[in-house]
Structures are given as C-alpha cells and as structure tokens.
Design a protein. Structure first.
Length: 141
C-alpha cells in the first residue's frame, strides 16, 4: 500500500487558547495530505475540476490521541484506505516530530458534477485515476 508522508510546520494561528492545535485544523491537514497523495499518483484536483467535477467529503472520522503545539513539525501520513469505484476513503495518521501519534482519521469522498452535485463513477469518469487507485490498494503504486 502506498503511504505518502508530508511534513508541515505548525503556524501560531493554528493553535487555540490552550496552546495546542485547534481541532478543526486537523481537517485542513488531512486535505494537505490527501492532495499530496493524489499528486504522488500523478494527478491534480484542478484537472478534475476543469471537467466541472468536484470531490466533496461525505464523511469524516477523527480521533485525537496527543496534542500538537506551535513550533512542532508533525508529519501527515496518507494512504488509500478503501475504494470501490464510487467511494474513496483516505486514511490519515499525524505524528509529532518524535514519532508519537497525535491524530488518526479517515475521510470518505465521492465525485459529483459541480453544477448539480449528481454522483458519478470515478471508474468511468477518470479511468486513469481508477487504475492508479487499484494499484495503490494492491501495493503496486
């Protein structure tokens, strides 16, 4: 299974009054990781959007294990958890610079026409993405 790592630096604005990363920012970090994962496969969301197609999040699961603070340099590990041609689930693990797991989670996505949000099959609309996702699940990406 392909797992892509992306290291970021915590910005002061991402922390809350308790001095830790505000919980909603982890969703932004998931998106950063997901975008890097897709780019590693050779694709870009922008190319999908040129076809008037977008990929909304339809479900999010997040589990908070340990805090991350301003000045830390966490790494986001992103992989394809599951994919069935219609729905894509990405997995995430965010670890601090000492290797301690801070956050785990998943996001589930579909692709839809931007103007009416009607669902589409990724397999049919973007066969090259489908092939790359299948290879990723098989560990051949």
């Amino acid at each position: 299974m392909l797992k892509v790592d992306t290291t970021i630096e915590v910005r002061y604005q991402e922390t809350d009054q308790m001095g830790v990363v505000y919980h909603a920012n982890y969703l932004v970090w998931f998106e950063i990781g997901r975008t890097k994962f897709i780019e590693k496969l050779g694709f870009k969301y922008a190319d999908m959007e040129k076809n008037n197609i977008v990929s909304p999040v339809i479900d999010v699961q997040v589990s908070f294990k340990n805090p991350i603070r301003y000045g830390d340099q966490p790494t986001i590990y992103t992989w394809l958890e599951s994919y069935d041609g219609l729905r894509t689930v990405y997995g995430y693990e965010i670890v601090n610079q000492h290797g301690k797991v801070a956050v785990t989670g998943t996001t589930k996505h579909v692709i839809v026409k931007k103007d009416n949000f009607r669902p589409l099959s990724l397999r049919k609309a973007f066969p090259e993405w489908h092939e790359a996702y299948m290879k990723s699940l098989e560990g051949n990406a």
